[in-house]
Design a protein around this ligand. Structure first.
Ligand code: GAP
Length: 514
């Protein structure tokens, strides 16, 4: 991560804490690694993201319904899904620093360093050639760049062969051959590579009764698969149809880092779309387009999004892509769209002995549907929105501010009502306005400090509308409304406030764009 981006990320993390968005978990005991609590503003922002997703996926689609499955599931679920046997990361310990790493991530970080060398060559050449510079041609012909690309391809191929063949000795040999050192201590004194299952387990019932080992779900998707038939029958659903769910998932990540990007307890918003076999690639393209539209409707700069199509597919997938977002630490996966074939339903049929099929009246036969999955991390979405919204700027009057230019529909507080003075009946009038608006919007009352300071506080949490109550209000029943992004102000009748704010912040504005 470049230093400048690193600083920006640190600022965002401390802003999130200072303004009640995200706190380290159990901070009074010095926190717990990779666990975070959402504060008063964070919980509102998170709820608004969920509402936007749920409405876009469920309310806007007749053929999609939502469920809420339990976190604990029968342990056979995880045997069938492949998680017991194969939900592993290869880990390696450094004997000197006692730090633990993911072996593949160490190698990927090494590749990133070679990529940085290529970037350096490109920047140098761009400077040298000026307007005549043709990046594509340079990258395809420059001997030094070609040498670096060759190295990257070779490392990638060897890593893939080692991972696919589960050859952990080969993985360790690659780390040693590349001279990869512990990023903390610089030591190259490594243990062997071992497989580490990412599922958290616990016991159901008392040990005395012969307790059963169960798992905390590592994805919400399996709660949908095991309910396929329940929902299809009770909802009289016809193929194609979808089941959506928002809920917690748990993974014992070896390296959980980068704030709320990679956590051990996190939330997923997943939807499984069941289709007729043979039609899955059409629906895969459909959902790729729908999901990117959902993101872009938020108005965050489009340059921040890109698709990454998977070349190496999991054995059960016949197409897969990530929507990557330009986080403060660079482009990383935000959401996955996967064509999962009939792998999961078939596996559950085998392990449960129950038929998980759909009777197609047009074809007069039953089949196991194919599945397109859309899966997004709620916490990652939170980080994407927060980091893209954080702005430090100088206003026209020369004053400086830190403002969260959140998509207004997602802002934790929609309206702040501010009496100009703490007397003369202005606070009472402000309360009256809140009592009317609070049925539709989250409102905040603030009478402390000069008005400018109060604006700054609302800017810092991204409040799109600040309403000031002054002496004139008592006479004409009008207030000043100030808009967050432009800092422009206008006078408006109190009677028109509800409609005005609603037009600005309604989530329907986003839904209509998708
Ligand atoms: N059911 C498919 C599935 O779980 P995944 O790519 O492993 O696929 C889906 O996860 C999404 O969940 C990711 O794109 C990411 O947004 C989020 N996610 C995964 N692991 C996470 C973690 N440790 N912390 C936060 N979010 C995570």
């Amino acid at each position: 991560m470049a230093n400048q981006d690193d600083n920006q990320f640190k600022k965002i993390i401390s802003h999130a804490k200072e303004y009640g968005f995200v706190f380290p978990s159990s901070e009074i005991y010095d926190g717990l690694a990779a666990a975070y609590d959402y504060g008063q503003n964070g919980a509102e922002l998170k709820n608004n993201i969920k509402e936007y997703w749920w409405k876009a996926m469920v309310q806007m689609h007749e053929e999609i319904v939502g469920i809420d499955a339990s976190i604990f599931m029968h342990p056979a679920t995880w045997k069938a899904s492949g998680h017991v046997d194969a939900f592993n990361d290869p880990m390696i310990d450094n004997k000197d620093s006692k730090k633990r790493y993911r072996a593949d991530v160490l190698i990927e970080d090494h590749i990133a360093k070679i990529e940085a060398k290529i970037d350096k060559e490109v920047t140098k050449a761009a400077k040298r050639f000026g307007d005549d510079f043709d990046k594509e041609q340079f990258v395809a012909t420059n001997p030094r760049v070609l040498k670096y690309t060759g190295q990257i391809d070779d490392i990638n191929a060897r890593m893939k062969a080692a991972l696919d063949g589960e050859n952990l000795n080969q993985l360790k040999a690659l780390i040693e051959e590349l001279g990869i050192a512990d990023p903390v201590s610089g030591s190259k004194n490594w243990t062997d590579v071992r497989q580490f299952n990412l599922m958290f387990s616990t016991e159901l019932g008392s040990l005395a009764d012969g307790a059963n080992k169960i798992y905390l779900r590592p994805e919400t998707a399996q709660g949908i698969f095991v309910n396929f038939l329940n929902v299809q029958k009770t909802g009289r659903m016809k193929i194609p149809f979808g089941i959506a769910q928002i809920g917690k998932a748990f993974r014992n990540e070896i390296i959980a880092r980068q704030f709320i990007f990679r956590m051990r307890e996190f939330e997923q918003m997943e939807m499984q779309f069941f289709v007729k076999p043979g039609e899955e690639l059409k629906w895969y393209e459909y959902w790729k387009e729908k999901r990117i539209k959902w993101h872009k409707a938020l108005g965050i700069s489009e340059e921040n999004y890109r698709f990454h199509d998977h070349l190496n597919l999991a054995h059960y997938a016949n197409a897969a892509a990530d929507i990557e977002f330009n986080f403060p630490m660079g482009f990383k996966e935000l959401e996955g769209i996967h064509s999962r074939t009939d792998f999961d339903l078939k596996a559950h049929e085998e392990h449960s002995g129950k038929k998980l099929q759909f009777f197609d009246p047009h074809e007069n036969k039953s089949y196991v549907p194919y599945v397109i999955e859309t899966s997004i991390g709620l916490d990652r979405m939170f980080l994407a929105v927060l980091s893209a919204s954080y702005v430090e700027e100088t206003l026209a009057d020369g004053s400086e501010r830190t403002v969260l230019k959140l998509p207004v529909q997602l802002a934790p507080v929609k309206v702040a009502v501010l009496p100009l003075l703490k007397k003369d009946g202005l606070p009472e009038k402000a309360r009256e306005i809140i009592d009317e608006l609070k049925f539709d919007f989250t409102c905040q009352y603030d009478e402390k400090d000069a008005i400018g300071k109060r604006y700054r506080r609302q800017d810092a949490i991204g409040t799109p509308n600040c309403i000031t109550v002054d002496h004139q209000t008592l006479e004409d029943n009008a207030v000043t409304i100030r808009y967050r992004d432009t800092a422009e102000q206008e006078r408006i009748a109190i009677a028109d406030l509800r409609n005005k704010v609603s037009d600005l912040v309604s989530v329907n504005n986003l839904l209509r764009k998708i």
